[in-house]
Structures are given as structure tokens and as C-alpha cells.
Design a protein around this ligand. Structure first.
Ligand code: GAL
Ligand code: CA
Length: 350
């Protein structure tokens, strides 16, 4: 059983130490954690302004608690790169110098992991990349590189299916009754695997399902709610009430699009339908409140669980055979659909 979780913020470093199981007794009878065995895991992530990543990191902290045991402690040190690859390279160097045993890295620039890989290899510390998938050639640079994430194509297909089902079941989706759905897309970062692929497959799936589409506009909003609101304002001023469908690469951007309509105080009758991806706390609430039509759950709990399992296998040098690898070093956790029919099982008001 977890005895205590201890969080400290010191010089910008968030350190979480988990003491698990039996606490040893010292001569004075006061319980002390057994410090004999300790592992350190360094977590570096691209930007703390990203809602989904913050929620994923929270899950990760919870998951690591379970991999400490009677005489073992795991210290997790989390560093935010604030969007700079240079900063992240330096942070990784510090984490390695501080003696971490495993690194979990959410790259800022998924095409630029070489410095981090060289540093880790020099210290012989394995890297679990997560969420921002390095290109395949870079994953071949060393045999102690792993990736945990999800299959972007699956999320795009699911978003397309959800939108197609919703449109088929609604009399009002095609508001101007021209037989087509006028749509706009809000995209995540240029060059991110989850942006291009989600858009491509959401649109292709809608078409495959027989929905006739007319694309009005597309804007990059970097996964960010405020940027999405701005982009959406521009699109609304250009297309007025013509927009019938908003496909957003994540929930924060779908919510930002909705914010734009709220700010303009438009009537219900001219609101388009909004679809997100992630199932963040706010995204789920918006589905429960019927503000987003649906979302696709980016399974942060399972991603975090398998990262902790893999890190533990690397630390203890046992259990690798239980990890569900694809091609030896990749682990993809499935997405699933969330609509008003199943949202209550995932979302509660607290
Ligand atoms: C995606 C997620 C986005 C954003 C991005 C960051 O998987 O859907 O909301 O967090 O990762 O890399
Ligand atoms: Ca129409």
C-alpha cells in the first residue's frame, strides 16, 4: 500500500518521491523509509501549457507509485522544456548527470532527438519517448530506445466515424439543406504526427461513409485553446453562418472554437457541430453538456501504465516479455470513442 507521496518544488524542478510498502524502523522506534534501494526516473516534456500532456504526466506520477515496493523507492523528476529543444537537451543532460536510471522524453521537436540519444547512450540510460513520435530512422539509432503513444490514424478514423454517425442521425446538421456539409479544420502543430494524420483520416472516413463535404477553411492552432479561438474568429468573419462542422485535432482546440461562437453570442440555431480528440477533463465535460458532439479518448491512463511498466522492467531487468511491443520497441495504446451515451462512465463532476 502507498504510505506517502511527497511533492516538492525546488529551483523549478518538480520532484515526486514515492515510498511504498513497509517502512523500516530505526533504533528510536520512529518509522523511516528504507533508503537502501532507490531508482530515479527523469521525465522531460515539451510544454507545460499543453492540457493533455499535463493530465498524462499526472497519470504517470500515479502509475510510478505502483512500481515501488517494500524496499524500493522511485524518485520521479519532471522537467518542462517550455517549447524549446535547446532547453530540453540541457534538462536531459542535468537529469543524466543527477544519475537517473531511465529517461521518459516527450520531445519538443520530434525530428531532432540526436543530441538526447547521444547523451543517453554515453550514460547507458534507456529512453522511453512518448506522445511525440521520433521518426523511424532515429528510433534505429540505438537498441535502448522505446516509444509509447497511440496510433494517429485510428483517432482520425474514429473522429470521422463519430461525425458521420452524428450527421446521419441529425436533421439539422446540413443547415442550409444543400446536401453538403460545410466544414473547417483546426489543426495541431505543423509536422506533428497527430495533426496531419488525424485530419487526413477524419475527412477521408466521412467521405467514405457517404457524407458530401465542402471544405471552407483550415487553420493551425498548435493544440491551444486560445489560438483556436482566434483562428475560429477569423473563419467566422470570413464565412459567416455557413460553417456546419468543426473538426478539431484535439479537445482544447474544439473548445477554443466554441469559445469564439460564445464570444460572438451567436444563437444556437447557427452553431456548427464540434468534434475533438483526447477526452481531457474539460473535453469530457463538454461532451456531457452536449457542447461537443463527441470526442475520441486518447488513453493517457494506459499510456502512463505501460510507460511505468516498461521503466520498471528496464530498472529491474525483468518483465520485458510482458510488454505489448509492436516491432520490438513501439507500444501503441488504443483510442476509443466518447459520445453522450458513454461519457458518464468516464466523467464525474468532482
Ligand atoms: C496529442 C494530443 C494533443 C497534444 C499533443 C502534444 O496526442 O492529442 O492534445 O497534447 O499530443 O504532443
Ligand atoms: Ca450544408
Amino acid at each position: 500500500m502507498l504510505r506517502s507521496g511527497n511533492e516538492q518544488k525546488r529551483s523549478g524542478i518538480l520532484t515526486v518521491i514515492f515510498y511504498i510498502g513497509a517502512l523500516t524502523s530505526c533504533a528510536c522506534g520512529k518509522e523511516q523509509p528504507d533508503m537502501a534501494d532507490k531508482a530515479q526516473v527523469g521525465v522531460a516534456y515539451y510544454n507545460q501549457s499543453d492540457t493533455f500532456l499535463n493530465q498524462l504526466i499526472e497519470c504517470l506520477k500515479e502509475q510510478f507509485e505502483q512500481y515501488a515496493n517494500d524496499d524500493f523507492e522511485i524518485a520521479l523528476t519532471v522537467r518542462d522544456a517550455a517549447g524549446s529543444q535547446r532547453t530540453q537537451d540541457d534538462q536531459v543532460e542535468e537529469l543524466l548527470d543527477a544519475g537517473c536510471d531511465v529517461l521518459c522524453v516527450n520531445l519538443v521537436d520530434r525530428a531532432d532527438p540526436s543530441e538526447i540519444i547521444d547523451l543517453a547512450r554515453a550514460h547507458d540510460v534507456p529512453i522511453i519517448f512518448f506522445n511525440r513520435e521520433p521518426v523511424a530512422e532515429d528510433m534505429m539509432q540505438w537498441d535502448k530506445l522505446y516509444y509509447v503513444g497511440a496510433d494517429a490514424k485510428q483517432s482520425g478514423v474514429m473522429q470521422g466515424e463519430l461525425a458521420a454517425d452524428f450527421i446521419r442521425g441529425s436533421k439539422n446538421a446540413d443547415r442550409n439543406k444543400d446536401g453538403k456539409i460545410q466544414y473547417v479544420v483546426l489543426e495541431g502543430e505543423a509536422g506533428h504526427q497527430d495533426a496531419i494524420i488525424r485530419t487526413e483520416y477524419a475527412v477521408a472516413t466521412l467521405k467514405k461513409k457517404g457524407i458530401v463535404l465542402e471544405k471552407l477553411s483550415c487553420g493551425i492552432a498548435n493544440w491551444n485553446r486560445a489560438q483556436a479561438q482566434n483562428r475560429m474568429m477569423q473563419m467566422i468573419s470570413r464565412h459567416r453562418n455557413k460553417i456546419e462542422l468543426v473538426l478539431a485535432n484535439n479537445d482544447d482546440m474544439a473548445l477554443g472554437a466554441l469559445d469564439a461562437y460564445k464570444k460572438l453570442n451567436v444563437t444556437e440555431a447557427v452553431l456548427p457541430i464540434f468534434f475533438g480528440i483526447d477526452g481531457t477533463d474539460m473535453g469530457l465535460k463538454a461532451v456531457a453538456d452536449h457542447q461537443l458532439a463527441a470526442t475520441v479518448y486518447n488513453n493517457k491512463e494506459d499510456q502512463a501504465a505501460v510507460m511505468a511498466e516498461l521503466a520498471a522492467a528496464l530498472i529491474f531487468e525483468t518483465g520485458m516479455q510482458d510488454i505489448p511491443f509492436t516491432n520490438g520497441k513501439y507500444i501503441y495504446m488504443p483510442y476509443f470513442k466518447i459520445t453522450d451515451e458513454n461519457v458518464d462512465a468516464f466523467y464525474s463532476e468532482e
